[in-house]
Design a protein around this ligand. Structure first.
Ligand code: ATP
Length: 441
């Protein structure tokens, strides 16, 4: 497995991910996606949207605002409860999460940063709210406090009746969205694993309480298989059911899908059975009726919720880790991203062997613009062919198409496949058909 430093270096070298505000020294735990990262991230989100919304008929896509009425966060429990207990390390002066102290026995543990002893009796833990606060309107006073959402879920819960009344779905049904969330995380690090601004892909699936356990298990399987279908190695993925004492107070059960990163098994997605906690709290807070009426049984009740909640950025990192390979080819090192073809940022690169031959350039550009009508293809003539192949291997481009002098005569081009590096000549007229069939684009 690659180490994190290699992934970070590749991301910078090939335009996937940059530190935010780099030129000003960077902003901690905030990152920007470059041209290749933006494509990869978009492809992951599209794959999620397709499999959870377009391929099904029981889930509606949604796009709620980041800013919401502060009462939402009061009802949801975030204002009072979305806190991490923190302790001060007197040796390194860092503030660390109590649950991340090492070898904690009784009141004594070790700082995760510098290993110094910390006695909780000397530095009692203090609560720290993870929500980022801002103010709406011209006056910065408590009446105008607003929060940047720490999860996308609440935007869907409070719209439950709007979806019910406009779309008339029958249980079980879901609402799903992808969007930015913000958390003022204390312990940060591991690149894009833990960020202060990140993106979530969340599904709120409303069920009859009699069916909750069966449907929860089905979601755990479906979400696990989604990562495998997109190329994650099964050995690097596991399901971990939460112990009773680890469960959030409102959850009946929760299973995490974890990936074996170089820094250890860590959560990619949590699939929780939240019961009727969220709808019940919003009924209490807003005074509105969120109940569902089953016309067949004539029962009226609050649906229970199964929530598969994943992070886009953590998925990006897992797909990068899983795809990263170092090989030796003809005694030279080759770095290749063996990404699933659906996720690859660029589907094919068209490379003219000689950029000073106008007929070759013209033919290569024509092939590029024909293919571009169907999927994302780039033209590149900025280096010698060996270097161009290396560049495309490192961004995971499944196919390179080379136009050479011979192509002008026989109207054939060379197609090179990323993983096997096998090359074959095919007619320029058949390139689209070949890529569609072989690449599945
Ligand atoms: P953790 O225990 O790692 O802090 P969490 O259990 O608080 O995560 P959830 O509130 O369940 O996370 O959020 C759902 C998903 O959102 C997580 O599985 C993760 O993929 C993503 N996520 C949460 N916090 C962050 C973050 N700070 N940076 C990147 N992704 C995050």
């Amino acid at each position: 497995m690659a180490d994190l430093a290699k992934i970070v270096a590749l991301c910078k070298r090939r335009g996937f991910i940059f530190q935010s505000s780099d030129v000003y020294g960077g902003l901690s735990s905030v990152f920007d996606y470059g041209p290749m990262g933006a494509e990869l991230k978009r492809n992951i989100k599209n794959a999620w949207w397709k499999s959870n919304i377009h391929d099904r008929s029981d889930i509606y896509g949604f796009d709620s605002a980041i800013l919401m009425h502060p009462a939402v966060w009061k009802s949801s429990g975030h204002v009072d409860g979305f806190t991490d207990p923190l302790v001060d390390c007197k040796a390194c002066k860092r503030r660390v999460r109590q649950d991340q102290l090492k070898n904690l026995k009784g009141s004594i543990g070790e700082c995760p940063e510098c290993n110094a002893k910390i006695d909780l009796k000397d530095t009692p833990p203090r609560m720290f709210n993870l929500m980022l606060k801002t103010f709406l309107g011209p006056v910065e006073e408590s009446a105008s406090v607003c929060y940047l959402r720490p999860e996308t879920a609440q935007g869907m819960f409070v719209n439950f009746s709007n979806v019910l009344d406009s779309m008339h779905p029958k249980l079980p049904f879901g609402i799903a969205q992808i969007g930015k969330s913000f958390r003022n995380e204390v312990t940060v690090g591991n690149f894009i694993f833990r960020m202060r601004e990140f993106e979530q892909m969340e599904i709120e699936y409303f069920v009859d309480p009699k069916e909750d356990e069966k449907i929860h298990q089905k979601w755990i399987e479906d979400r696990f298989n989604w990562y495998i279908e997109l190329g994650i190695n099964k050995d690097n993925l596991r399901k971990r059911a939460h112990e009773k004492d680890e469960l959030a107070h409102y959850a009946k059960a929760c299973t995490d899908i974890e990936y074996n990163f170089s820094f250890g098994w860590s959560e990619l997605e949590g699939i929780a059975n939240r019961q009727d906690f969220d709808l019940k709290e919003h009924v209490k807070g807003s005074g509105k009726d969120f109940s569902y009426f089953n016309e067949k049984t004539k029962e009226k009740f609050l649906p229970h919720i199964i929530e598969p909640s994943g992070g886009v950025d953590r998925s990006v990192l897992a797909f990068l880790f899983d795809a990263y390979k170092e090989e030796e080819v003809n005694l030279k090192p080759r770095v290749v991203l063996g990404l699933n073809k659906r996720l690859a940022p660029v589907k094919a690169a068209v490379l003219p062997l000689l950029k000073n031959r106008p007929e070759i350039v013209e033919m290569a550009k024509r092939i590029t613009s024909d293919l571009k009508k169907h999927f994302y293809v780039v033209y590149d003539d900025t280096a010698a062919i060996g270097k161009l192949y290396r560049r495309q291997d490192e961004i995971g481009t499944p196919y390179c198409i080379t136009v050479d002098v011979q192509s002008l005569e026989d109207k054939q081009v060379t197609i090179r496949e990323r993983d096997t590096m096998k090359q074959q000549r095919i007619s320029a007229d058949n390139v689209l058909e070949y890529l569609t069939k072989e690449g599945g684009f």
